[in-house]
Design a protein around this ligand. Structure first.
Ligand code: NAD
Length: 434
């Protein structure tokens, strides 16, 4: 089935404006490298190259619009690192896409791929455009021209794009077709997140939610708790949040609250997820689900639960609300849901934060499986995909947890240490070329 993009009026972007006025996100990347370096004490000469993206490209994307006029969009592609394998990272269509954002997002992809230990570096790209204001034809022409412009820089052994904010399996099908037509043969491995009919992988759509299930279960185990009966609140009911909710419920957790952009619902005895999913599919809303109380979004974050799972957008847990969070564990389903200021408050309050680059890595792991299947032209059963995903996520969790205990650091710092250490080891073994 080919997924369609949201229609006008539906929420696709995490917000019109960022939840906080943020400094350059690339400064955060540099800070993360420093945090890891403060523990690892690497040779400064070995560390320095890690502070610079491998390649940054800006292209013009001229497109004939439906009104007959030509419009030129700006497109980007950054490969942060390819010491462990080809670049890997999404294509974002959003009006705010810019080079610094792509640099930061590509670095986070590099950390994530290293933490879940898949043979990819990090990359990211996109086009500064508003897909909600574009027709399908305009979207297709932007995609084809953008891919033509970066054609020499992508490929299954070079840099492999995937969907991100504002792009979908439909867009990935155009990426695959454009690349294949220019090559003169079919090359499904150039992009992941494709529709199943074009070489997509079973289990990809729910992979991030499934990875969150494994990570939540492992975290609870390490603090002497079990998933069964643990109370969970989930912010966001899109791909990540709804799949995480359904799978956690199926594994015996008590999902007491969920929310979407329009509000939250709460049932202290636990929501009936199969019925809620059917209700949401039918009505397109959470509000009015029989037996649940309506809450505002801010209240969901403060509920008395064991696990809080933010799965909506960045910058949700801030210095303003971190002091009121009652959950003892936060598992980051979204990218960047916790601000650095909130991190400090949570650490003081001994709230454990399982960081995004570990917790939501399930999506990129199954993207890796998709690439593997495309490259050898043999597709696995979904059951096999899910089992291999579990193994990868549990191994990644153990590596981060053991690092956290060894160096007595918080989970986020531990994840950066694992990532930076693995990337630096690969770089050092390869040496400096020429
Ligand atoms: P999505 O667009 O499918 O869903 C987002 C959900 O968040 C929607 O239900 C929306 O209504 C809700 N939302 C938006 N603002 C909200 C608010 N203020 N309060 C409560 N709910 C709100 O997006 P997604 O693919 O589920 O991604 C969610 C997050 O997970 C993003 O940060 C994304 O970058 C990250 N992520 C996604 C994947 C993936 O495979 N889809 C992988 C890794 C990380």
């Amino acid at each position: 089935m080919v997924a369609t993009r949201p229609t006008r009026g539906q929420s696709m972007f995490k917000s019109g404006t960022p939840a906080r006025v943020h400094r350059n996100p690339f400064d955060d990347v540099l800070e993360q490298i420093d945090r890891a370096a403060a523990v690892l004490h690497p040779d400064p000469d070995a560390l320095e190259p890690l502070r610079h993206p491998r390649r940054q490209v800006i292209v013009s994307v001229p497109v004939k619009m439906d009104n007959g006029h030509l419009q030129v969009f700006e497109g980007y592609r950054v490969v942060y690192d390819n010491s462990r394998g080809p670049g890997k990272g999404g294509i974002r269509y959003h009006p705010d896409v810019n080079l610094d954002e792509c640099k930061a997002l590509s670095a986070w992809m590099a950390w994530k791929c290293a933490v879940v230990d898949i043979p990819f570096g990090g990359a990211k790209g996109g086009v500064a455009c508003d897909p909600l204001r574009l027709s399908d034809g305009e979207l297709e022409r932007i995609t084809r021209r953008y891919i033509s412009e970066i054609f020499d820089l992508i490929g299954p052994t070079v840099d492999i794009p995937a969907p991100d904010v504002g792009t979908s399996p439909r867009v990935m099908a155009w990426v695959m077709d454009t690349f294949s037509m220019k090559k003169g043969y079919v090359e499904p491995g150039v992009v992941t997140g494709k529709p199943i009919a074009l070489g997509g992988s079973g289990g990809r759509l729910e992979a991030t939610g499934r990875g969150l299930l494994f990570i939540t279960r492992e975290t609870l185990k390490r603090v002497g708790r079990q998933l069964e009966g643990s109370r969970v609140a989930i912010q966001g009911f899109g791909n990540v949040g709804s799949n995480a909710a359904r799978l956690l419920h199926g594994a015996g957790a008590c999902v007491v609250a969920v929310s979407d952009v329009s509000g939250a619902i709460y049932e202290p005895r636990g929501l009936d997820l199969p019925r809620l999913s059917a209700y949401y599919r039918e009505t397109g809303q959470l509000r009015g689900f029989p037996g649940s109380q309506l809450l505002d979004n801010a209240a969901l974050l403060r509920l008395p639960v064991d696990v809080l799972l933010p799965a909506a957008m960045e910058g949700q847990i801030t210095a303003d609300n971190a002091g009121e969070i009652q959950a003892k564990i936060i598992v980051e389903g979204a990218n960047g849901p916790t601000t650095p200021e909130a991190d400090e408050i949570l650490a003081r309050r001994q709230v454990m934060v399982v960081p995004d680059i570990l917790a939501n890595g399930g999506g990129v792991v199954v993207s890796y499986f998709e690439w593997v299947q495309d490259r050898y032209g043999y597709f696995w059963k979904e059951k096999d995909v899910n089992e291999r995903l579990e193994e990868k996520m549990v191994n990644a969790f153990d590596a981060v947890w053991n690092t956290k205990e060894k160096f007595e650091v918080d989970g986020r710092t531990a994840a950066y240490i694992v990532a930076v250490d693995r990337i630096m080891e690969a770089r050092s073994l390869r040496g400096l070329y020429a």
